[in-house]
Structure formats: C-alpha cells, structure tokens
Design a protein around this ligand. Structure first.
Ligand SMILES: NC(=O)C[C@H](N)C(=O)O
Length: 323
C-alpha cells in the first residue's frame, strides 16, 4: 500500500517560470502541481497550495501559521508524511523553525528548486520526487525536520544555503548530510543526536541580526537603543570576539534586559569564551552575553524568537542555547 503523503506548496522558484525577458516570476497556478503524476508512483499524494510566496517574503509569523496549518492537517487526516515546497532563499529558516516548534509524529521534509519549472535541467521535479520518497520512508521518522535537495538528506538544524545558483547549494558544513536518496532506496548514515521542541503560540518577537566587521562603527548599533527590541543576535569574529568600540552600546542594550546571543561569522565551529582581551569572548561572557552552540546567525535568531516565549532570563536562555 502506498503511503499517504501531504504536499504543501508555499511558492519559491520550484513554483515559478522564466519568461521571454529571462525574468523568473511566480505563476498563479504553481508549477509544482504539474509534478503530481510523477509522484503517484511513490505515494498516495494530496497536494495543496497554501501560499505562493517568493521566500524572501517569508516571516517568522508566516512560518508559525504554516506550523499551525500542518498541525491542523495532521489532526484532520492521518497523513503518513508531509512535504513542503519552499523558496530556497529562506528555506533553512522555515525548516529550522518547524524543527523547533512542530510536534512531529510523521516525517516532515522541506524542498525546493534552484532552476525554475521551464528551465532546462529544472531540479524541482526530482527534488520533489526525492522528498516524497523520503517522507514515505520508515527510517525518516524521529529525525527532525529534513531538507531533501539534490539527492541528499540534511537535518534542518545543520543545513544552509551555500551557493547562489548551483543545484548542490544545500550543505551542512559542520556535519554533512545525514542520508542520501539513491536510485532504489532512501539511505541514512547518520541521525541527529538531540532534538528540541518548544510549544509556542506566536512568533512576533523583534530580534535583529547584526554582523560584526573590522572597524565597525558604534553608531551602527546605537540606533537600536531607541527601538523596542526583544533580543539581539550578533555574528562575531572567529571564536566569538567583537570590536571593542561596540562594547559600550552592547552593555546599554543588556542593561535594558535585552538578551544578546553571540554566533560566529565562521560557518564551522562554536563560539567560546577563550580570548581574554578587550572585546574577547571571555569579556563578552562576563557581560552576560549568551553563547550559541554552532547555529548560524539566521537560525540563532529564530531560536531566540522561539525561546523568548519560554523565558527572558539570560541564564536560562544560555541553558537552552547550550542544547
Ligand atoms: N531558488 C529559489 O527558490 C530562490 C527564490 N528567490 C526564492 O527563495 O523564492
């Protein structure tokens, strides 16, 4: 018996086509719908168009609506797996948000395409077929939200978009893929060791992400003192160090009770309180800045938006970011 798989389309290049001027545009009738006949060999498919957004238009609030929508669909009908098609620009963010917040009972796979539906070598159909195969595979249960792209399976918590146009854009720099989609079978060779789950009702915390650069001017941060922000994420240098010139502003932000989470600009490794000079990690730790555990900036921001609903206490947040 074929498994019952729900495919929810949210837009992105997989749903777009290229016109005579070589511009890539969304279609009213998402191009993904034409792939259904090719999926029916692998699963009993129900496909629904939920959104039709280029993924730069995605927001945490919309991700949360998508999470609610998936939970409602699963409560109304016993689907055995869910596939979400999504634009690639923010795909890792939606996948990670769902990973943190969905109460998962069945595999949930997110996919998309780098080439639009009518381009030669369009990757949407094969990515969608691979995703349906992964969602229908019993080994995909309990591995968190998965991103399936270019014959690879990645954990949502580790995957990131690494190339502007290459179909092999999705990589997990620290850990590699957790599985592959071979011609005849879905094959896992790793599994994430831990999973986090947070119950949330909304996702509207105001959390900016700032990147540190050499010679950073404090005024680039000072404007935040006049805003109402719920948290701040900073992409620091290397092991977790910042230009000393911005420390006074960071202290003022912390003094307002606003948590600051530190990640690294490096896409491998974790931030640590090692360097003991002005602006070094040791000093940042002493100020009460929260050190993340290898997440990139955009994912740490989502985790802060989610965890701020559990606590605003810096130490408890640090504990959650240690996981
Ligand atoms: N390949 C893609 O899907 C990119 C597109 N700009 C999007 O994220 O919607």
């Amino acid at each position: 018996m074929l498994k019952k798989i729900l495919v929810l389309n949210t837009g992105g290049t997989i749903a777009m086509s290229v016109d005579a001027s070589e511009g890539v545009k969304p279609l009213d009738d998402q191009a993904v719908n034409k792939i259904v006949p090719f999926l029916e060999r692998y699963a009993d498919i129900t496909m629904k168009n939920v959104l039709n957004l280029p993924s730069p238009h995605m927001t945490p609030a919309i991700m949360n609506q998508l999470r609610q929508h998936i939970e409602e669909e699963l409560a109304a009908y016993p689907y055995e797996g869910v596939v979400i098609t999504h634009g690639t620009d923010t795909l890792e963010e939606t996948a990670y948000f769902l990973d943190l917040t969905l109460s998962l009972t069945v595999p949930v796979v997110v996919t998309g395409a780098m080439r639009s539906s009518n381009e030669l070598g369009a990757d949407g159909p094969v990515n969608l077929i691979s995703s349906v195969r992964a969602a229908a595979d019993p080994d995909s249960v309990s591995k968190g939200v998965l991103v399936v792209f270019n014959d690879e399976i990645h954990a949502a918590c580790h995957v990131t978009k690494t190339h502007t146009s290459n179909v092999a854009t999705f990589q997990s720099p620290q850990y590699g893929p957790i599985g592959t989609i071979a011609k005849k079978q879905v094959h896992y060779h790793h599994a994430p060791l831990t999973r986090e789950h947070y119950v949330i009702s909304h996702a509207d915390a105001n959390v900016p992400l700032i990147k540190a650069v050499a010679g950073m001017d404090p005024s680039w941060l000072q404007f935040l003192l006049d805003q109402t922000i719920d948290g701040l994420v900073i992409e620091a240098f290397g092991l977790g160090n910042l230009p000393p010139a911005i420390l006074p502003t960071l202290k003022q932000i912390l003094a307002k009770g606003v948590p600051i989470v530190l990640v690294s600009r490096c896409y491998n490794g974790q931030v640590q309180d090692v360097y003991d000079y002005e602006g070094g990690g040791r000093q940042l730790k002493e100020l009460g800045i929260i050190f993340s555990n290898g997440l990139n900036g955009q994912k740490a921001r989502l985790k802060l938006i989610v965890t701020l609903q559990q606590t605003r206490d810096f130490q408890q947040l640090q504990h959650l970011f240690d996981q």
